[in-house]
Design a binder for this molecule. Sequence first.
Ligand SMILES: Nc1ncnc2c1ncn2[C@@H]1O[C@H](COP(=O)(O)OP(=O)(O)OP(=O)(O)O)[C@@H](O)[C@H]1O
Ligand SMILES: [Mg+2]
Length: 595
Amino acid sequence: MSDSGMREEHQPPKGKLVNLRTLWTFVGVYKLQLFLATVFLLIAATTVLILPTAIGRIIDTANSGGGEDGGQGIAIFFTTIILVMATATAMRFYFVSWLGERVVADIRKAVYERLITLSPEYFEENRPGEIVSRLTADTTLVQTIVGSSFSVWARNILIAIGGTGWLLVTAPEQMRYMIIIVPPILFFVVYMGRRVRKLSRSSQDKVADVGVRANESLSALNIVQAFTQEKFESRRFGVHVDDAFDVAKRRIKIRAILTFVIMFLVFAGIAALMFNGLQSVSTGKLSSGEMTTFLIRSIFVASSFASLTEVYSELQRAAGAAGRLAELLTAESTIKAPKNPIPLPKTMKGDIHFDHVTFHYPSKKNIAALIDFDLHVKPGETVALVGPSGAGKSTVLQLLLRFYDPQSGSVTIDGIDLSKTEPTEFRKHIALVPQDTIIFADSVAENIRYGRFGASDEEVRAAAVSAEALAFIEDAPEGFDTFLGERGTRLSGGQRQRIAIARGILRDAPILLLDEATSALDAESELRVQEALEHLMEGRTTLVIAHRLATVKKVDRIVVMDGGRIVAEGTHDELVAQGGIYKRLADLQFGSSTA
Ligand SMILES: Nc1ncnc2c1ncn2[C@@H]1O[C@H](COP(=O)(O)OP(=O)(O)OP(=O)(O)O)[C@@H](O)[C@H]1O
Ligand SMILES: [Mg+2]
């Protein structure tokens, strides 16, 4: 496992085909809708191509004095055509849009399902804000491909190709002009499209930057304002917005040039055709109805070619987005269950063993956070980790939860190497009260119940009581149903921490990890929560981290850490007698009379 941290950098899939293939895996599932959409697309395109013939017939019928049946036949023909055309178009719209919405919903779910299992390392390398932007902005772009662009593109291709063929057969002479015009158009479309795609991708990146910045500064509004950095933040945000604009400007410039060239070529071609057609009518080679049919059809064909460019660059843009989503979908977690994970017993004793563990964080390759860390915690034992800030105490818990793998040595629970079993399984046996309290934008009850979703209201309440949280919860406007705001902004730091403790208590797991769990509490609440926690620790294996030594004085064993190493071990009295860091800390906290 030692080199699993050296993850290869993911190269974004560049080719458009690759990206669209990713999409296909999502679209291909809906065969029925896809089939219906295709059928209606074909019908609609065909009717569009027949329509000019109907119009031409009407004109010729009118010119010949209304025909034998007074134009009834042609009227029925015409009405049928437009009825079929309208129906088929509407149906195509329905199924194609349905596909677009469905596929995007599926992609969002798939991406999220992937993201939520990735290791913390991934989010250290990739900004979560940017990823959220991909989840929303890029999927919306993809929706335009599946839900519209692609079908418009297919329709236009059908009309362009079908119409050209039809024209070649019915008016080969006039088609000379087309042959001159079409190749340069196609060349332009392909060449420029490629550039548009590149710019589009960087445009999306820039837009993501904008989102990330706004998100970061707005969620730290208090800090921004307390340090009066509003102007600075506005300027910094402005730079990102203008960056995004600059890239977008380059993209639309290319689009504008493209539009000019295509439009000019297309309409010049039509003008030439018209001129030529008029001559044919005056020499009697064509009827005016045939002439009209030809003209309308070639306008349809020409505008299909023209809009191909528009849609093509849309497609390119969306292909860029699909590429970024494909990256997320294929992101590999560095923390994975092995092929044949060792099954865990139903109940775990909670025997923890760090066997000569050396570990450095992926982003800090030169400094080890733990060096030859060797610790055995027997089932039911309570061990306190103390030591200066940055000593590696929280890191021990991170490894025990297998958020990272050590570079050497191993971490086992009940003799099972964590890297050889399913992470989601053994984590069920661990309750964590983390150093940084996390509160979700949900009610008090749901936040506590996050520890164990099956818990009854009574159990939630009991956990709140043990965590000394009941008083303030009952004071809140709606008690346990009170909404806590995003990140728990409606609570004080100590209140947040008590919710987190209640969550940990409710978890009811054989292994309890407390990382500065009571650091934000007042002395009185701390004392009472401490009692509740001591009660909770009975019969569980507990690792407790604390700066305030008073809270760990009574534990079975205290492990003193410094610079990623264990420097001393023993009971409070033993450690004080030994001298060293612990005694120094104890003297500072209890006064030098301790010894
Ligand atoms: N995600 C991370 N990426 C890189 N380095 C990290 C990361 N988390 C912690 N570190 C580094 O690892 C070392 C140990 O950190 P750790 O959080 O374990 O310290 P600690 O003993 O819990 O400190 P404190 O008492 O301040 O919480 C520190 O030098 C820290 O800078
Ligand atoms: Mg810590």
